[in-house]
Design a protein around this ligand. Structure first.
Ligand SMILES: *[C@@H]1O[C@H](CO)[C@@H](O)[C@H](O)[C@H]1NC(C)=O
Ligand SMILES: *[C@@H]1O[C@H](CO)[C@@H](O)[C@H](O)[C@H]1NC(C)=O
Ligand SMILES: *[C@@H]1O[C@H](CO)[C@@H](O)[C@H](O)[C@H]1NC(C)=O
Length: 263
């Protein structure tokens, strides 16, 4: 065979192998489940606001089920059984996006509000009059990610969105400890990726400037307007593409049209 014929034969072999693989991939349409707090949830933080989870569907070719619930932390979402509820639903190839932090801080003493995690990043436990064996933020997320990945699902753990970084009039974004914890939580899994959503939103909001971004926070410095939430969702999509999560296969937009750049 001449060189070009050998190449043609090789391509023919590849072409005949490809369709079977693709059919297998398409046998089930994956679903994306979202676990988070009010910054992600339907209805956001009240009138005039919306959670970014409601806008993710516009960028993906697969269904999004928003299971985020206002007021929840990694701890209360776990203890109330919401991760278990998602675990009972996930099928192999599904995705679970986990983003917490806004309700995880605070102290367990003198009053345990049922949301603050045990301080630390390892297997420390805390006891209060509300609950025994309270775990750390990473421990709750790692337990959930183990459950999801053992069922063949893929996980994205994202750092929390920033409070309005233009609040003081001067741009300020500093990652909280939950960014480090989210990164750490994802790091031990072959099928979990970290998205530094907080930094991506920070970068996008820095570019947009104070007056536009102030308008995205109609009620307080945490919850975004629908317009703000749509941008928060777009920056997440940028993060997914940069993270090399399998979820990037399901992004329908042209990469060049998506806001922001990789970190
Ligand atoms: C995993 O999820 C299942 C299904 O909801 C639940 O029954 C089980 O308790 C969970 N296991 C862990 C370790 O979280
Ligand atoms: C996430 O963890 C990786 C690996 O330890 C590290 O290189 C990276 O700087 C971390 N990123 C953030 C935002 O913490
Ligand atoms: C993708 O396009 C849709 C409109 O078709 C838009 O609503 C969405 O925000 C876009 N996503 C990104 C990440 O740019």
């Amino acid at each position: 065979m001449r060189g070009s014929a050998i190449v043609a034969a090789a391509f023919a072999a590849l072409a005949s192998a490809a369709p079977a693989a693709r059919i297998e991939e398409r046998a089930t349409t994956p679903t994306v489940y979202l676990a988070g707090d009010s910054t992600m949830a339907l209805g956001g933080g009240g009138t005039g606001t919306q959670g970014w989870g409601e806008y993710l569907k516009y960028s993906l070719s697969i269904p999004v089920v928003n299971k985020a619930i206002a007021g929840r932390s990694a701890r209360s979402y776990s203890v109330e059984g919401h991760f278990a509820e998602i675990a009972a639903l996930v099928k192999p190839e599904d995705f679970v996006v986990i983003e917490f932090g806004h309700n995880d801080g605070g102290s367990l003493t003198p009053t345990d509000n049922g949301r603050s995690d045990c301080p630390g990043s390892g297997d420390e436990t805390c006891n209060t009059d509300v609950q025994q064996d309270i775990l750390t933020y990473p421990a709750y997320l790692i337990d959930a990610a183990k459950n999801f990945t053992s069922r063949g699902a893929r996980v994205v753990i994202a750092s929390p969105t920033p409070d309005n970084p233009w609040e003081t009039g001067t741009f300020e974004y500093e990652a909280s400890r939950f960014t480090t914890y989210a990164n750490q939580s994802a790091s031990g899994f072959a099928h979990a990726k970290f998205v530094d959503h907080g930094q991506l939103v920070g970068n996008a909001f820095q570019k947009l400037g104070a007056s536009e971004v102030d308008g995205f926070y109609p009620n307080d410095h945490t919850h975004t307007s629908p317009e703000g939430a749509a941008i928060v969702a777009q920056t997440f999509v940028r993060g997914v593409i940069c993270s090399k999560s399998f979820l990037k296969r399901h992004v329908k937009n042209e990469t060049s049209s998506i806001v922001g750049s990789c970190l």
